[in-house]
Design a protein around this ligand. Sequence first.
Ligand code: FES
Ligand code: FES
Length: 155
Amino acid sequence: MIGLDLTINGRSVRARVAPLTRLLDFLREHQGLAGTKEGCGEGECGACTVLVDGLPVVSCLAPMGQLDGATVTTIEGLTAAGPGLDRVQEALLDEGGTQCGICTPGIVMVAHALLAANPRPTLDEIRNALAGNICRCTGYTAIYEAVYRAAGRAR
Ligand code: FES
Ligand code: FES
């Protein structure tokens, strides 16, 4: 077991965990943050994506032993300041970009990282950013349109 200090959704957290504990499991089982989903468990689908120090990371492949001092943001952290959905979530609902919802938290987190780095992305840039996020339900077009809308670029 090792001791770690992290910031999770703006909250200081002191953890004592086995170093190979997956960040995904730490969030869901130790922190009660079940908004982060597990799809493949192998780094292929993007469903488990969270932000670590502002960048998207697949939490199923992130061992806790590498995260001392990290700042982690999950889907719950996007709306921690108040009730309601954030702009990407709202746009996904408006565009029909979510169905079963398993892929949705990961897509929202990647979209946030993209919009933070590039507030006015093109549809191609959105497609590229989300290339690692698999959705088995929507056919993708509504997801890309939703991120475009969230960027204030609705057509
Ligand atoms: Fe982590 Fe699929 S569950 S990438
Ligand atoms: Fe079901 Fe994307 S909404 S996998």
